[in-house]
Write a protein that binds this ligand. Structure first.
Ligand code: PMV
Length: 342
């Protein structure tokens, strides 16, 4: 990636962007380079539409510190990650201005709903524009990846594949769109089973897994085959094939993490019951499958015609607090700054 220093600094260095979480159908778990957030495996995801992060970034010449507000509050740990991400953008632009960042999610943060993916995709998209950097979407995806791996995928909409790449500097570990959301507009029901922040974050979970799980090499060795099946299923709009491979990848990732020491158990009882309900529906002929990330929420991906039935079935599971409903959406994009606080 080349970053041309900004030469025409004039006016307010401010921009706002929106990005949505993505949900991996073929999971990313494990880093080949923790500093650069390079994955040991490729992954494939869908970008959602009605859950979002909206972020307003304003660089202030002469300001030393960044000021960060997340959902109207300050959060020291997140502010540090945001400053590291802003540092990448400042290095690209050749400036040292502090920034004021206001960011808001319309869904629970850090509970396995990929808030870091939408958060860093929105931050990179807005920050790059605020500094007048002329970055392609792929270049933005590379920067977003360095802040949070899966954020690389939220720069793009629809069905997105992120390659693990082989190069040490990660130049070939880029996300690319595979198919537009309108080309196969699946729906997703998200069963919220807890709003508590997860106890073990994905970075620590991946580190522990790589160091202690006996299944790590099998995970890496079998990923390319899974990606190929999923890619073909998406391009052929073959729901059953996508259902089989997605549940397989999800359960394989959790089996890998469960076998770490100490084991990573991201599910609660309602998570498991939701998975059973989804499988029962599919056995009755309803086109639906589940996937679960590093948290207790269950995402049920289904054909548009099945969404009401899927939502009703999940709502009925004891321990399910709420069921959200979303389609597939676009990638990161510019918005008016007043939408962030609205
Ligand atoms: O990008 P991170 O560090 O939030 O890790 C994401 C890991 C999973 O959500 C479990 C899988 C994935 O591919 O998104």
């Amino acid at each position: 990636m080349t970053c041309e220093p900004r030469t025409d600094a004039s006016g307010e260095l401010r921009a706002a962007s929106q990005a949505q979480p993505n949900i991996a159908l073929i999971k990313y778990w494990g880093k080949r380079d923790a500093a650069l957030n390079l994955p040991v495996v490729g992954s494939l995801s869908i970008t959602l539409d009605s859950l979002w992060t909206r972020t307003d970034v304003r660089f202030v010449p002469g300001q030393k510190q960044d000021q960060v507000s997340l959902n109207g509050r300050s959060d020291e740990a997140e502010a540090k990650r945001i400053t590291k991400c802003l540092d990448l953008l400042r290095a690209c632009a050749g400036v040292d201005y502090g920034a004021e960042v206001a960011s808001r999610n319309n869904f629970p943060t850090a509970a396995g709903l990929a808030s870091s993916a939408s958060g860093f995709a929105a931050l990179v998209h807005a920050g790059a524009r605020a500094l007048g950097l002329d970055l392609s979407l792929e270049e933005q995806s590379v920067l977003a990846r360095r802040c949070s791996g899966s954020a690389a995928r939220s720069i793009f909409g629809g069905y997105v594949e992120w390659a693990h790449g082989k190069l040490a500097d990660g130049a070939d570990s880029v996300a690319r769109p595979l198919l537009d959301s309108e080309a196969w507009p699946l729906r997703v029901a998200v069963a919220i089973t807890s709003t508590a922040a997860k106890q073990v974050g994905s970075t620590e979970g991946m580190r522990r897994t790589a160091e202690t799980s006996p299944y790590q090499s099998a995970w890496i060795d079998t990923q390319e085959a899974d990606l190929s099946v999923a890619r073909n299923a998406i391009l052929a709009r073959d729901f059953d094939a996508l259902a089989q491979i997605s549940e397989y990848s999800c359960l394989k990732m959790h089996a890998l993490a469960l076998a770490a020491q100490p084991g990573l158990l991201y599910w609660n009882g309602a998570t498991v019951e939701c998975m059973h309900r989804v499988r029962a529906l599919r056995q009755q002929g309803v086109p639906v499958f589940f996937t679960v990330d590093a948290g207790p929420q269950v995402k049920a991906v289904c054909a548009p015609s099945a969404i009401e039935q899927v939502k009703a079935a999940l709502r009925d599971v004891p321990g399910v607090l709420e069921v959200l409903d979303t389609g597939l959406g676009e990638g990161a994009r510019a918005i008016a700054a007043d939408l962030v606080e609205a």
